[in-house]
Design a binder for this molecule. Structure first.
Ligand code: NAD
Length: 304
């Protein structure tokens, strides 16, 4: 069997076009959706993500606000910035970019974001709604996994879904969203692996969502024939030659590449469908965040 490769770039592009149409319709009514990122200081990874969000905003026609208090800011000063963004009518959604500097606690900032502008579901109130199965802004990455499965035509009811990874931003909410769709869900994590039990669970999965951040974690023998595999992981690994030695670049440093958590080449022989890395969940995630901001904008203007 050779699996269908789930093309995240194509799905991301489809969603982008859907969003652009809605943005045009809103703009015709004088309404412009917008996102503000909150980056305190200049963490490299957070800055990269900020640039991606800014680019996505430009592509779908959102306004964009770069809120970037200095690294030395106090918690109270950053809270004041969040309050300004809460009150700013041009900002539909606020995205805090972590890590924050040590003097600023995540919860102090997240808890003061307006729940109606919390487009990546960081606020405990929105996460609580997710647990209760009430409408909320589902976190972008797990929402992307579910969107990809929806666009494959998956019926969640009673499906055996196993999520590898139990972080608050990916694994746990992925399991909750699937559970809210009446799937039979299990969640495995590092401690499951330490007990040697992960394979026992993954082998029972009709749908396997993997978000651990460990290259090569899921191998062919851990996947039920015909299962659908969604790989969320992003890992940088060395490119190896036929003898397993690192290939060097022209500066004499090991060449690297991005891979997921799943042994893609071998797992695609048993899975019925699989998402690649790169070109899988990432592109869809970007657009799910935009979709949440669009929804926030419509809610703020009383449009259903
Ligand atoms: P995290 O470090 O917060 O959590 C990792 C989870 O994996 C933990 O629950 C841990 O228990 C589990 N885990 C680690 N090693 C394991 C093992 N050997 N067996 C079973 N479980 C194991 O990471 P995260 O923020 O949830 O991100 C997970 C991965 O997804 C990372 O590679 C990250 O870069 C990637 N990611 C991708 C996107 C995207 O849009 N594509 C978005 C967010 C995160």
């Amino acid at each position: 069997m050779s699996a269908t490769i789930i093309d995240g770039n194509k799905i991301g592009e489809e969603i982008k076009q859907e969003i652009i149409k809605e943005v045009e319709a809103l703009k015709a009514k004088g309404i412009a959706p917008g996102i503000a990122t909150l980056l305190v200081g200049d963490n490299y990874g957070a800055k990269m993500y900020r640039g991606q969000v800014e680019k996505n905003c430009a592509e779908v026609g959102f306004t964009y606000v770069n809120c970037n208090p200095a690294e030395s800011s106090t918690e109270a000063e950053v809270v004041e910035e969040v309050k300004k963004l809460n009150a700013d009518k041009s900002v539909s959604g606020i995205l805090p970019l972590r890590p924050f500097p040590a003097q600023i606690s995540d919860s102090a900032i997240i808890n003061c974001i307006d729940v109606n502008k919390d487009i990546d579901c960081f606020h405990p109130s929105n996460m609580g709604k997710l647990v209760l199965g009430e409408p909320t802004f589902p976190p972008a990455t797990p929402a992307a996994c579910i969107e990809m499965l929806d666009r494959l035509g998956v019926d969640f009811t009673g499906a055996e879904i196993v999520v590898v990874g139990h972080s608050n931003i990916v694994g746990k909410p992925a399991m909750l969203i699937a559970l809210n769709r009446n799937a039979t869900t299990s969640n495995v994590h590092i401690f499951t692996s330490q007990k040697g039990n992960t394979k026992k669970h993954t082998l029972g999965a009709d749908i396997l969502i993997v978000a651990a951040g460990k290259a090569g974690l899921v191998t062919k023998d851990m996947v039920k024939p015909g299962a659908i595999v969604i790989d969320v992981g992003i890992n940088r690994v060395n490119v190896l030659d036929a003898d397993g030695k690192p290939v060097l670049n022209d500066k004499g440093k090991p060449k690297t590449k991005t891979v997921g958590d799943v042994d893609f080449e071998n797992v695609k022989e048993v899975a019925s469908a699989i998402s690649p890395v790169p070109g899988g969940v990432g592109s869809v995630t970007n657009m799910m965040l935009m979709k949440n901001a669009l929804r926030a904008c419509k809610m703020q203007h009383g449009i259903s």
